[in-house]
Design a protein around this ligand. Structure first.
Ligand code: 5RP
Length: 226
């Protein structure tokens, strides 16, 4: 099965977690893209959903799918947020931010009653940091000083696109911090949040309620606390 087909299956399997109507958080990334398209189909079929997109890209896609959208300002009463992830640990902690959208994603996930994560099986790891760096949204002001401070935690690298720093939707820089496997992700998250200049980390700890995993052998669901 192709990687896209697994992503599509995970996205479609998440539909069973949706309420009959209400506000949905719409994540960002190639897996969530399939989910947004599927929600568009449901809306065209008569379901009364409204979306809160987690990025400009997801807003554009959701608009093109005909999903009514709420303003970025909030406040929102989000029933369910569905988003992708870059790594998922056995305790359902996540690394996100492969698309540099993790700050908005965290704001929306924090406002949602339930968080459903959709991934293919390649995203499952024994420990966070095993395959991915930790994305950080960083103020451009003084970023060299922030990079120097980050060296206490690993090897930070400014994310570039065509030789220029990638900017988040909020206009900030994205830094990828190579840490190796994380024994204590919560400690790192706390230390990173204490650094001025760090807007948000890509560590999503204790936030996922259900992770829908698509693999060659079909769909399975990992449920927090089980
Ligand atoms: C964007 C994200 C994405 O959800 C994450 O990178 C997964 O993306 P994909 O589904 O394309 O693998 O966190 O900031």
């Amino acid at each position: 099965m192709s990687s896209d087909e697994m992503k599509r299956q995970a996205a479609r399997a998440a539909l069973r977690h949706l309420p009959e109507a209400g506000v949905l958080g719409l994540g960002t990334g190639s897996t969530t893209r399939f989910f947004i398209e599927a929600v568009g189909e449901l809306v065209r079929g008569g379901r009364a959903y409204q979306g809160v997109p987690t990025s400009i890209d997801s807003r554009r896609l959701a608009e093109s799918c005909g999903i009514p959208l709420l303003a970025d300002d909030g406040p929102w009463q989000i029933e369910v947020c569905v988003d992708g992830a870059d790594e998922v640990s056995p305790s359902l902690d996540l690394i996100k931010g492969g698309g540099g959208a993790h700050t908005r994603e965290k704001v929306v996930s924090n406002a949602a009653k339930r968080n459903i994560i959709i991934v293919d099986a390649t995203k499952l790891v024994a420990r966070l940091g095993q395959t991915r760096k930790v994305p950080l949204e960083v103020l451009s002001f003084g970023y060299q000083t922030t990079l120097a401070a980050l060296r206490a935690f690993g090897a930070p690298e400014l994310r570039l696109v065509n030789g220029a720093p990638l900017r988040s939707d909020a206009g900030n820089f994205i830094v990828d911090l190579a840490t190796g496997e994380l024994a204590e992700p919560a400690q790192l998250d706390q230390a990173l949040h204490a650094l001025p200049g760090i807007v948000e980390t890509g560590l999503f700890l204790g936030r996922a309620d259900v992770v829908v995993v698509a693999g060659a052998d079909g769909i399975r669901e990992l449920v927090r606390g089980r």
